[in-house]
Structure formats: C-alpha cells, structure tokens
Design a protein around this ligand. Structure first.
Ligand code: NAI
Ligand code: AKG
Length: 390
C-alpha cells in the first residue's frame, strides 16, 4: 500500500483518484510516501524519511523548502495553470471593485433599511448615487508583471475588455511566449511599465528576485493614481511602501489577496482572504492534477510538472523498474550500469535526465532475483535515492 498524507482541504475529486486498493490517504498518516497539500507551510515540519514526493495542489511553492528537499532527493510537484482561470476572474473583480462604487454603494443601500416605502427608497437612491460613480476599464492601460499561466489569461481578458495591455517578464518561457497575445506590448523594465499604466497586476512567483520588488523606489515611478492588484504573494510588495504611496496619492487603490495589519481601516485597500484559487473548479483541477502526478511517480517513477526535478517519463515494459537520483556529476550512471552488469541484470530501456545539480534516471531491467542490487546502487558515491518498482 502507498500512503498519502494530506494537509489543507483537498478536493474529494482529487482524493478519489487514489484507488483504495493501493492507497491509504488521510491527514493523520504516519509514514507517508507522499504529501499532498495546498498552502500549509512545510518549513517547520520534520519530514519522515519515508517521504519521496510532495505535491502542491496549486502554483506557488513558497510554502515548501524546495532546496532542502532537492538535496534529499524529494521530488516537489505543482499544478501549473490548474487554478489560473479562478485567479483571472478575481483580478477582474478586483479591478471593477477599485473602479466603481460597488462596495460602498452596496454598503450604503444596507443603511437605508428604515425606508419602507419603495418609491421613497428609489428617490433617495437616485439622489445619492452620484457618490458612487466610477470609471470604466475600457481604454485604460493595464500592466502585467509576470506573463505565465495567470498573467497571460489576465492579458487576454483585459484585451477583450478594450484595455491596452503592457507586459513585463524577463524570465518568460518559450511555451508562455507562444500563449501570449501579440497585442500585449512589451515593457523594457518594470519601472517603465509602472510609469505608463493605470492598473498593474502582479503575477510572479514568490522567489528571491521578486522579494519586495514593489518597494518605495518602484512606487515612486508609478503613474499617479495607479491601482495595484496583487493576487500573487505578500512578499512581493513592501506593505509600508504601499501605505505611503496610498497616502501620497501615487497609488489610488491597493487590491490584494493578502491582508496586512498595516492596512486595517483603510478604504483605499481592498483585501481578500487568499481566495484567488478558491473555486470548486480550480480546487478540483489542482487536486486531480496533483494526485495523478503523485500516482504516476510512485507507481512508475515518471515525473511531470516538478519544480525541482527534470521531466522524465518512459512507458512501462515487462520486468522491473529502478529509479534513482544522483548528484549531477560524471560517472554515476556508468557505475550503476557496472553494478547491474556485475549482478548479471539485463537493462531493457533507460533514461537519464538532469536539472541543475541533480540527475534522475529510469532503468527498466529484466526481473531480478538478486536482492543486493538495490543496496549496491545505494552505496555508489553521489547516489541520493534509489527505488525498485515492481
Ligand atoms: N491568490 C491565489 O490564490 C493564487 C496565487 N498564485 C500566485 O501567482 C503566482 C503566479 O502563478 P502562475 O501564473 O500560475 O505561475 P507561472 O509560473 O505560470 O508564471 C509566473 C511568471 O512569472 C515570471 N517571472 C518570474 N520572475 C519574474 C520577475 N522577476 N519579473 C517578472 N516576471 C517574472 C515567470 O517567467 C513566469 O512567466 C504563483 O507563483 C503564486 O504565488 C497562483 C495561484 C493562486
Ligand atoms: O490553495 C490555495 O487556495 C492557494 C492557491 C495559491 O496560492 C497558489 O496556487 O499558489
């Protein structure tokens, strides 16, 4: 039986992927083979040695100590794009909330409950509604920082609304570039983007280079009255700099999914409780993708959508499969093949992939009757993990 430990509320549609004949799944599993989670922070968890893989049902992996796990040979997966549409829709809601008197208008209507006569209510509302007038998105310029799965959907949506769209993404992948509309204008740098936009939406991962990227310097370049939308992560912005920019009018509104105490009581901050991906559809998509990736890894050693391991997949053939991870240095694969030759084990198919400092290998071999082979591979210098899959 494989064991999967879960953290957070994981969609049952994903959990149901694990056939109960092969899998035990739950939040109180003792020695799991894999962990399936959403935003639960793993930095302070002591992981049992049994853990082979972590699957983040979502995009951001800043709650997972990826570098530490890489050294231990633990594969970390995420689910690229699976919740992007949910975030895109909330970005639209955020831009509308910041531009029209929606929230104040609704709150105001609630204060009028003492007026029982419908005609009087309508007359009062018509007289007062000018307080809640706003502006349209059409014709305004939206800047998007980070043009990956979410950023590109936000771009398409904004173009469809008649906005001008400017993008900045120095790390854009070729695949993401293919997805991007040719109507998105390219900003040379982030400051140039901030200077020309009425709205800016952040869609970058929380990594070292993006830490506090929206700081006092950056905000000083912003077009006065900018609406800043942050459904990415709290660490990307400096909240003190945001508060100051709002005080000065450099920012008109800060819309975010990450409330901070410094923003309490401010009408120019619209803060939501990290609900960008909280739709039934996104939760299902993420959970299903994460579960499928874990199963393919545990049962076949295949790796898809890992943030620290190379992609690696081979169709199964008869016999057994050995998968092993090693430091990405010369001669390791050769040493493993020598061990197999010494033990008279015939290799049927093999794959060797590397990513940064680590290498991952899949070897299909004829059925072995020698139990010492795996131990012998484990003892080869630079081999981090090895596993035999029947
Ligand atoms: N509020 C919520 O519930 C959710 C938040 N997120 C956050 O949004 C982030 C982005 O998600 P996806 O679009 O799915 O990820 P993605 O990986 O598809 O796209 C991220 C893009 O940011 C770009 N990028 C990286 N460093 C950059 C930099 N310094 N400047 C400009 N661009 C840079 C990358 O090249 C990539 O194109 C996630 O990492 C996560 O933190 C994602 C899903 C839900
Ligand atoms: O699981 C969630 O609700 C959070 C989603 C998120 O922030 C992400 O996918 O990066």
């Amino acid at each position: 039986m494989y064991k999967i430990k879960t953290f957070n509320q994981i969609s049952v549609k994903g959990l149901d992927r694990f056939g109960r004949d092969k899998y035990e799944v739950g939040s109180d599993i003792g020695h799991p083979d894999a962990i399936l989670l959403r935003s639960h922070k793993l930095h302070n968890e002591v992981l049992p040695d049994s853990v082979l893989a972590i699957a983040r049902a979502g995009a951001g992996v800043n709650n997972v100590p990826v570098d530490d796990y890489s050294k231990k040979g633990i594969v970390v997966f995420n689910t690229p794009g699976a919740n992007a549409n949910a975030v895109k829709e909330l970005v639209l809601a955020g831009m509308l909330l910041s531009s029209r008197g929606i929230k104040n208008g609704i709150d105001h209507v609630k204060t009028l409950h003492d007026i029982s006569d419908a005609a009087e209510l309508h007359k009062t509302l018509e007289a007062q509604k000018k307080q809640f007038a706003g502006q349209e998105l059409k014709g305004k310029t939206l800047g998007i920082i980070g043009l990956g799965a979410i950023g590109s959907l936000v771009a398409d949506m904004a173009l469809a609304l008649g906005m001008n769209v400017v993008g900045y993404d120095p790390a854009l992948s070729i695949e993401a570039a293919w997805r991007l509309s040719s109507d998105v204008q390219r900003a040379e740098n982030m400051h140039a983007l901030l200077a020309r936009c009425d709205y800016v939406s952040l869609h970058v991962p929380a990594i070292k280079p993006t830490l506090n990227m929206i700081n006092e310097d950056a905000l000083a370049q912003a077009k006065p009255g900018l609406v800043l939308v942050n459904f990415a992560r709290e660490s990307i912005v400096d909240p003190n700099a945001i508060a100051k920019a709002l005080d000065k009018g450099q920012l008109r509104t800060y819309v975010c999914d990450f409330p901070e105490p410094i923003f309490y009581g401010r009408d120019d901050v619209i803060a939501m409780p990290h609900i960008g991906a909280s739709t039934a559809e996104a939760e299902e998509n993420c959970a299903i993708m994460a579960a499928d990736q874990i199963m393919d890894f545990l049962e076949n050693g295949n790796i898809k959508n890992s943030v620290n391991f190379p992609a690696a997949a081979m169709p199964r053939v008869e016999g057994q499969r050995i998968v092993f991870t090693n430091e990405n240095v010369p001669k390791v694969l050769g040493s493993v093949l020598s061990v197999l030759a010494d033990h008279n084990v015939n290799v049927l198919d093999m794959m060797n992939k590397s990513r940064g400092d680590l290498a991952y290998n899949i070897l299909d071999v004829e059925q072995m009757d020698n139990g010492h082979v795996i131990d012998a591979i484990k003892n080869i210098e630079h081999v981090t993990t090895v596993r035999l899959i029947d």
